[in-house]
Design a protein around this ligand. Sequence first.
Ligand code: PBG
Length: 326
Amino acid sequence: MIPMDFYRGRRLRTSAAMRELVREHAVTANDLIMLYFVIDTEDENFKKEIPSMPGQYQLSLKQLELKVAEAVDNGLKALMLFGIPASKDELGSGAYDDDGIIQKATRRLKARWPELIVMADTCLCEYTSHGHCGMVQNQCVLNDPTLNLLARTAVSQARAGADVIAPSDMMDGRVAAIRQALDDEGFTDVPIMSYAVKYASAFYGPFRQAAEGAPKFGDRKTYQMDPPNAREAMREAAADLEEGADILMVKPGQPYLDIVRLVRDNFDTPVAAYQVSGEYAMIKAAALNGWIDEQAVVMESLVGFKRAGADLILSYFTEDVLKVLK
Ligand code: PBG
């Protein structure tokens, strides 16, 4: 005899409508942030595919505007910009130049789409000749002297119209320094989304090709977090919150869903998860080989972020997903 008192989970899976009725999480256009690489070039038709990120490009200002126009038509609400300057130097001056590439791109996008949320990645590595996220002396990345440069970068980005400042450098004290500088310049209402919990990850490989920001010597392990650590993530998040962060980000995403959940459970602030370049590259590579169903895998990976507790998701798949959601 079959016992009649067992659990029948299948009852609520009998049809698509039934499954949708009891569904716990969903990804919507309101959660998604697209990422763009904009390059400072005279050639307004410049649009170069990133070899390790099929479907993603380095874009001139004009090509960026064309791409964003299409995405906005599909429901894009927010984006984040990464800049590739025309030239680099020791101190990454292109990052805090009022006429720098991020500043120009931000002004251009905000002029056409005042409602669009434009976030600025605040870091120096794409702008420094050595490729590190801070000031370098004797092969060391200096913490405190870097803070002023980051603060200047944030203020310059806010002045250009950036809606959100997103420091990704992992220097200690940078959120406090940036908050103070923004407030001093009257940008009290510009929020900071800190890359609070950012690991020294091999999953950033394709990004460094895309943004041309790989370190020329050494690695980022003296400032980005050690992947095996979870408790330390709580200290990083608490520090950034204390210093004035409005949104806490965890990065990378999928290999760190446990950290997304920990941050969600320990803090009341909005939490963002970043599906990074290596995660994108892996899904794309498998899909291009016909080994996985790209759209299904992408939707599953994104709803995983929501299930883990993320409110916002930064993903290179955003443009594609908007089309699906539409
Ligand atoms: C800049 C920065 C990086 C990423 C975002 N901002 C690279 C790094 O820290 O080396 C990585 C994003 C990605 O891999 O998609 N500091």
